[in-house]
Design a binder for this molecule. Structure first.
Ligand SMILES: NC(=O)NCCC(=O)O
Length: 397
């Protein structure tokens, strides 16, 4: 095995708070920081012991909504999967991902890991499952073969599967896209969402290999709710979340791969803010671990050549439209977060805060249309401009 740099010693922020905040203050601290204590789900003993045997964390929480007179509760369980890559980065693709040597798909390390986590999700009654960004790692994937195993899983467990992959678009010159495929619980492929904002930050030089996605802000109506997928770097762009929400998304998944030094202080804020601003549930999922590359690289930013991007800090969580959120999964371990939610909460919070009603989108639409014009002049007034305006008025008098 390659030496793995030591990183990510803190297991989770929440565990740290539990350990160090005086017990009499803990509930109040959680209320202020997290919008209260999320209800703990009672998960089946068999699922808990399987997760332990398979060496991954399993946590479960629930968000409730008030009973309504005209609508039944709309309860759905989502599963968020975060995982390390089980084998070193330079292991042959066929071993790490899958092998096409036989006509039947031979599932290898990464698939096996994901499948055993999906199996536990099924034991927990998960209806919709989503994996981390580009969970299968490689560019060479042939979309159809990759999808076959997930179509089978979706049908087997009656589960909607959101599988973020690296897509090679043979019809359009082999263009590479960073894509999430949405597979219905019936096994039908509902569609895909391509990453439409590509990072050019730190070692995430993705613009050198992916194109900016062109699938817009499609929302998928599933049996369990209206879902959307906003891949990683897209979460920094509030208009992205807004567009999904305008198209009716009730749950927006954000499969990610991001590292501590770059984004860890933004992580708890951005998706949670999006849930509040758009009256929906958001599900940010982050990769975990530190991945070592044999060949040192730089990103032309003055930094020394290095062998890893940094520590992927996991910490996947779910945020609710009322601003409350679950604790995060571990910063260092593979994990499955099972979250039950009543989708009625979206409209209940919307009726209370009315951000969509008070959003004045027509005003912003007009102003944005002006701002993107080449001859746009920013409306910025300083003292000099102000006195010039007054002088003009006085002079005219
Ligand atoms: N995968 C990816 O887009 N990472 C960029 C860093 C970030 O958005 O936090």
């Amino acid at each position: 095995m390659h030496p793995v740099p030591m990183a990510g010693e803190l297991q989770s922020l929440e565990l740290c708070l539990e350990r160090h905040i005086p017990p009499q203050d803990l509930a109040e601290v959680k209320r202020i920081l997290y919008g209260g204590e999320t209800r703990k789900l009672c998960l089946p003993a068999a699922a808990l012991s399987s997760a332990q045997e398979r060496d991954f964390e399993l946590q479960g929480y629930g968000f409730d909504a008030a009973p309504e007179q005209l609508r039944r509760p709309r309860i759905v369980r989502v599963g968020l999967v975060q995982n390390k890559i089980p084998l070193p980065t330079d292991t042959a693709v066929a071993v790490q991902v899958q092998s096409w040597h036989s006509s039947c798909l031979h599932v290898a390390a990464l698939h096996r890991r994901i499948e055993e986590m999906v199996e536990v999700a099924a034991m927990c009654g998960v209806n919709i499952i989503c994996f981390q960004e580009a969970w299968s790692e490689y560019f060479l994937l042939v979309l159809i073969e990759e999808l076959c195993s997930f179509v089978q899983l979706a049908k087997k467990y009656n589960m909607v599967v959101v599988s973020p992959i690296l897509e090679r678009d043979e019809i359009h010159g082999g263009t590479l896209w960073n894509t999430a495929v949405v597979i219905s619980n019936s096994g039908a492929i509902l569609g895909k969402s391509r990453k439409n904002h590509i990072p050019r930050i730190g070692d995430f030089n993705e613009s050198t290999y992916y194109m900016e996605g062109n699938t817009g802000h499609q929302v998928f109506q599933t049996q369990f709710g209206a879902i959307a997928v906003n891949i990683c770097f897209r979460r920094h762009h509030p208009l992205n979340w807004l567009m999904y929400s305008l198209n009716g998304a009730e749950i927006i998944f954000n499969p990610s791969a991001t590292i501590g030094t770059l984004s860890e202080s933004l992580w708890p804020i951005e998706a949670r803010n999006a849930a509040i601003a758009n009256h929906c549930f958001t599900c940010p999922i982050n990769r975990v671990g530190t991945e070592y590359y044999k060949n040192a690289f730089t990103s032309g930013d003055g930094g020394k050549a290095h062998h890893d991007l940094g520590h992927f800090y996991g910490s996947s969580y779910v945020a609710a439209p009322d601003g409350s959120r679950t604790p995060g999964l571990s910063r260092t371990r593979d994990g499955l977060l099972v979250v039950e939610m009543d989708l009625n909460l979206c409209r209940q919070v919307s009726d209370k805060w009315n951000f969509k009603m008070t959003g004045r989108y027509e005003m912003y639409a007009a102003k944005l249309a002006e701002a993107v014009q080449p001859r746009f002049t920013p409306s910025l007034i300083g003292e000099e401009e102000r006195s010039a305006q007054y002088n003009q008025v006085l002079h005219r008098k």
